[in-house]
Design a protein around this ligand. Sequence first.
Ligand code: OKP
Ligand code: ZN
Length: 367
Amino acid sequence: MLAILFDPDTLLHKTIELLGSKLIPALESPERLEAILKALRISEYDIRTVQDDSVRGKERIERVLNLISETHNYGYLQHLREVHDDWVSAGLIDKDGHVLPECFWLPTSTGKPMRPPKDPFARAGYYAFDMSSDIMSESYQAIVGSANLACEGADMLSGFSLEGSGSDVDTVLALCRPPGHHCDGRRAGGYCYINNAALAVSTWRAAHPDAPVGILDIDFHHGNGTQEIFYADPRVLYVSIHGEDEFPYYTGAEDERGVGDGTGMNINYPLKVGSSVDEYMEKLEFALQHLVAYQAGFLIVSLGFDTYHSDPLGSFQIHTEDYATIAAAIRHKLKDVPALILLEGGYVIEHLGANMLSFLKGWKSVS
Ligand code: OKP
Ligand code: ZN
């Protein structure tokens, strides 16, 4: 059975980004999620709202932060929580202003470790790797809400049992926003602030300490953050199919295979700009074979619809009906594995709803 999770707090995050030399509303917008919600409601999917009342809200944030701190840097989390207020107090912006970085940290020959600058203005660039990770007044609330959905989803699935004694929910779709796969635990970037997949792994591990976890990343962009967090981890197999030489530009090559005990546990399938759905399916079959061979007991799907043919940030030739084929292929190969589907990118608002419905139709067609 499929459960869908949503938190209204995630709609509070409304950011800006540069297009050429102009600041515009970011493509990663609340309207994306609203379009998906609308389509799901019209098709009578049951959506569970993860409500935030004040008492539970505080507990929730504490629990989420505890779990996040396994993979995310303490100073970074503090920065996410405080930088907007710090900028307001310093007179840099008004309450409705935006935090955008000026200067990024770069490796140097001095041998000095990187250290956060004291000046809150300078700090923004220390904790980010690009300018698509604006922080506004309510970003933090949305970021924690989004991360919490991943956490709740993993929790729901950890009670799943094939024998029928536990929960019968075997798939959770967490309607996360902001997305997570570009965040490496100490830098925001690519619209991502907390790595929601990493948080789901931490949640799952609390119940199943040594179980192998598989992550299939089918957003158009390489999940550099997820790769980074699990690069040396032998208990997490990360497999990604993504546009070659596209954002985030510096990672995603085939020769990035993991390190130490994690060698072989990171698998990248870069695909050329303009690749067809047939070329895509070929890589997907390889990706699925690896996940099956690994015998993952828990599957996380980082799902982006920016593989859609007309996406402004993607370049594959994938159409609405293809998402059913993709989902059915995943489900067919990994039928008995509890799956947490996390929303990542996808920017053609008018088609996001149909694309999600198509994906779910394909997923449910295999049982
Ligand atoms: C995030 B995800 C547009 C610049 C966009 C960031 C792309 C982030 C993609 N002016 N740069 O993986 O869908
Ligand atoms: Zn993407």
